[in-house]
Design a protein around this ligand. Structure first.
Ligand code: AVJ
Length: 337
């Protein structure tokens, strides 16, 4: 318990939520100058880029939640259906009574369904943003008074160090939603190796959901929906960047572009200037020609045998895979032996 900062998060709802003291350890390396430098460097490069973490301000997080409910965006509901259908089998593989580490916990909703099955003694929600995590932890703690509910704020896009948060014994790492797709395959392998190093023996392991390669049209549609929600989500990164850098991007001057790059097995998202745009970035005028693109996201896709091999390469053993009937999405469990 020592070392966990006691913080009071106040809900923004009109009716005050019960004051809840959260055990959240703040491990965010706050170096706004370095973050700004990286963002500026991406914008001044050719081709320009913005890291996907800039999607997720408050509006972007709400838009992402809306994406997860879109008819075209199959990953969230397909993963949920696999979890429902194979819950007992997966829980049997992972085992009960461990530490449950929820990577990218958000509001802890996905993990909540697992707690009755995995019966962890400790829940550790790990996320970059306290806004959803704090109330999520509060809900879990009141629903599960016997679980030691904790949180860690960290940005694990640059590595992970949870050794001080795991307590003794085994842990089940939970990394759903194909979030690993934002890493390129080299970074993904490195991240899996890092998770493997966090495991203590075969009783520890990783439960991870990963989108599969499939028909290019279906993949493109999942990232370019008819209602235009993903386009708003993509453009919102510019509004977020404006707030951080004081730039003057007009999000509506950029078109949403999404397609499956078959050669690299990834969906790419870009923002394409509809007309010539001259933007002052850190005192330098960056001109975007009409048709020029800013690369905002890669979402890598893996065939099940490829991803299982990657888990084994990272040191996981007895890798199992559960899929939906159409093979649209894969859920994997590997032992951290
Ligand atoms: C959160 C990275 C898993 O790649 O499918 C959804 C993000 N971007 N629609 C994905 C996303 C556009 C999502 N991940």
């Amino acid at each position: 318990m020592e070392g966990f900062t006691q913080r009071l998060y106040v809900s923004s709802d009109a009716a005050p939520a019960p004051a809840v003291e959260q055990r959240i350890r703040d491990r965010l390396v706050r170096d706004p100058a370095a973050e700004r430098r990286a963002l500026v460097a991406g914008l001044l490069s050719t081709p320009a880029s913005i890291a996907p973490k800039y999607f997720y301000d408050a509006r972007g997080s709400a838009l992402f939640a809306a994406i997860c409910r879109l008819p075209e965006y199959y990953p969230t509901r397909t993963e949920a259906a696999i979890f429902e259908r194979y819950r007992d089998d997966i829980a049997g593989a992972a085992g009960i009574g461990k530490v449950f580490v929820d990577l990218g916990a958000g509001d802890c909703a996905k993990a909540a369904r697992w707690l009755p099955f995995l019966k962890p003694w400790r829940y550790l929600g790990v996320d970059i943003a306290p806004e959803a995590l704090a109330p999520g932890l509060a809900r879990l703690a009141s629903a599960h008074p016997r679980i030691d509910v904790r949180g860690v704020l960290t940005d694990f896009s640059n590595g992970l160090d949870l050794f001080r948060d795991l307590g003794g014994g085994a842990a089940t790492f939970f990394y759903p939603g194909s979030s690993i797709g934002n890493f390129n395959p080299v970074e993904a392998l490195r991240f899996l190796q890092t998770l493997r190093r966090h495991c203590r023996g075969a009783a520890s392991g990783l439960l991870i959901g990963v989108d599969t390669k499939k028909d290019a049209t279906r993949l493109a549609d999942a990232y370019d929906d008819a209602a235009g929600v993903t386009g708003e989500f993509n453009r919102n990164a510019l509004a977020h960047v404006n707030r951080i850098l004081g730039t003057d991007f007009d999000p509506d001057a950029f078109a949403h572009v999404a397609f499956y790059n078959e050669r690299d097995s990834r969906v790419e998202m870009h923002l394409e200037a509809r007309t010539r745009q001259a933007i002052v970035v850190d005192g330098i005028t960056r001109t975007f020609a009409a048709g020029e693109r800013i690369h905002t996201e890669n979402s890598y896709k893996y065939a099940p045998d490829e991803f299982a091999a990657m888990l084994e390469r990272a040191g996981f053993r007895n890798v199992r895979c559960w899929r939906d009937a159409a093979g649209d999405f894969g859920v994997y469990y590997g032992e951290g032996a």
